[in-house]
Design a protein around this ligand. Structure first.
Ligand code: AP5
Ligand code: MG
Length: 188
């Protein structure tokens, strides 16, 4: 199974992926986590990414596409993966479609976690990641609305989108996520 999770910052993408990896036994690819690892390693791409992340802006597509393309070529991704935070722009989505097609793979479904802004802010204030600062967070939400929200229509047109209410306990939301995965499975 190859599943994409889309949602604004703090929607619970990472939290739900932690539960999904046990269910689906596929690797969890979080581009945010991959970028934080690159930034800590101090690679040129990592340092450029860190500058964008500190401002709440998206990292340039070429850096992201190179990173994901390398990761998808690894053997553990052959039977599927969870894509958390990728794609985030239309060019990234189109590139992903090309990448999976070239490898004779496919995206089985896209899960949108919908959470109202006041709840996102509450979650962000309760956490202490470097980019969980109110000003940076507002920019992360704006980037989502401007650049990522259009993907919902893109995947809706492909008939792949499952929109889920992301309010409730993590376990309640996971029940909704599992129901969406079951629908993806039946459609294969
Ligand atoms: P990324 O790391 O992906 O961050 P994000 O999208 O802003 O989302 P978060 O990780 O903050 O939230 P989440 O949805 O994973 O929620 P979580 O489960 O942690 O990206 C960071 C940056 O990297 C971007 O700003 C950008 O610069 C760059 N980047 C990454 N990918 C990119 C790409 N493809 N292209 C360009 N740039 C890219 O939950 C959040 C909090 O809420 C946690 O504390 C959690 O415990 C809590 N929580 C979770 N579920 C619930 C619940 N149901 N109820 C209450 N609290 C909950
Ligand atoms: Mg995350």
């Amino acid at each position: 199974m190859r599943i994409i999770l889309i949602g604004p910052p703090g929607a619970g993408k990472g939290t739900q992926c932690q539960r999904l990896i046990d269910l689906l036994k596929v690797p969890h690819l979080s581009t945010g986590e991959m970028l934080r690892t690159e930034a800590r390693a101090g690679t040129p791409a990592g340092l450029e990414a860190a500058r964008a992340m500190a401002r709440g802006q998206l990292v340039p597509d070429p850096i992201i596409v190179a990173m994901v393309s390398r990761r998808l070529a690894e053997p553990d991704c052959r039977n599927g993966c969870l894509l958390d935070g990728f794609p985030r722009t239309l060019p990234q989505a189109e590139t992903l479609d090309d990448m999976v097609e070239r490898r004779a793979m496919s995206v089985d479904g896209v899960i949108e976690l919908a959470v109202p802004r006041d709840e996102l802010v509450r979650r962000m204030l309760a956490r202490k990641r470097a980019d969980d600062d109110p000003v940076v967070f507002a920019e992360r939400i704006a980037s989502f609305e401007r650049q990522t929200a259009p993907l919902l229509e893109y995947y809706g047109r492909q008939g792949k989108l499952a929109s889920i209410d992301g309010l409730g306990t993590a376990d309640e939301i996971f029940e909704r996520v599992k129901a969406a995965v079951e629908r993806f499975r039946r459609r294969r």
